[in-house]
Design a protein. Structure first.
Lengths: 200, 63
């Protein structure tokens, strides 16, 4: 930590600059979870204000960005709990079939020719590729809400299925079913956008 | 004999909790014989790594 403003009540200009640099990243993260621009803006705004107010409590144990990111995650989960209490999330039922998933397979459980997984190439190269991330984002948006929520809590926030079940009040088995669907839908969507897309 | 759809269920479950020895064995057996499922398994792993990258990019300092 090179900045020397940690004792001030209000953050110094360095920290303010870091917050404004961080803001777009926070926003895109919040959007992936909340799937609503206005709500994501609010969550980020609240997180930034909390970071400014609590600046003196940042002890430098972790990086500053990590600390702010932690505040945002907390805000997002708070909003999710609130939405759950208000019944604003559709119930997460797992009994119904998922056609988008079923279409990838034949009745006997083998892959359909059209959706048989292809080689994606070197994972490290892929994860550094801008176009891959564009496709990834578009495919996240294309997921149905409830599937996206469980997937983003699990894979983007790194919550355990236990924690997800507690927040969304679903059974663990339900969680696994939804994650399986999310992964199959995403892999197919990414494969179509990535390998068969026009630009690379 | 386990089919691809069930194999993908186990690949996904494996990212959440350890499989039973029986599940492990039948998944390994299927993957040994099925190239498409081997690719799918790599893709699930990549999605998992993508999540890790999203988090680490969030926490990276521009300083
Ligand atoms: Zn297979």
């Amino acid at each position: 930590m090179t900045d020397d403003t940690s004792r001030d009540v209000a953050p110094g200009t360095t920290r303010m600059q870091r917050l404004s640099t961080l803001r777009p990243r926070l926003l895109s993260f919040a959007r992936m979870h909340l799937r609503d621009n206005a709500m994501a803006e609010d969550a980020v705004q609240e997180a930034l204000m909390a970071a400014i107010e609590k600046d003196a409590t940042f002890a430098g144990r972790s990086g500053y960005e990590t600390w702010v990111f932690g505040i945002l995650k907390y805000k997002i989960l708070d909003i999710m709990r609130h939405q759950k209490r208000q019944g604003r999330l559709q119930p997460l039922e797992d009994e119904s079939d998922d056609d988008a998933v079923d279409r990838q397979f034949q009745l006997n459980g083998r892959w359909n020719d059209a959706s048989r997984p292809d080689r994606w190439g070197n994972p490290d190269t892929l994860l550094d590729n801008q176009h891959f991330w564009k496709v990834f984002d578009a495919c996240m948006v294309a997921l149905p809400d409830k599937i996206a929520r469980v997937f983003s809590m699990r894979e983007l926030m790194d919550l355990s299925t236990d924690e997800i079940c507690e927040i969304l009040e679903i059974k663990e088995n339900n969680c696994w079913v939804i994650l399986h669907r999310a992964r199959l839908r995403l892999r197919q969507c990414i494969e179509e956008g990535w390998l068969k897309g026009d630009s690379r | 004999m386990m089919m691809c759809k069930e194999a993908t269920r186990l690949m996904s479950l494996r990212l959440e909790q350890p499989l039973t020895p029986r599940e492990k064995l039948s998944l390994r057996f299927h993957l040994a014989m099925c190239g498409a499922c081997r690719e799918c398994d790599k893709q699930f792993t990549l999605l998992h790594r993508a999540g890790e990258k999203v988090r680490s990019d969030m926490e990276k300092s521009d300083q």
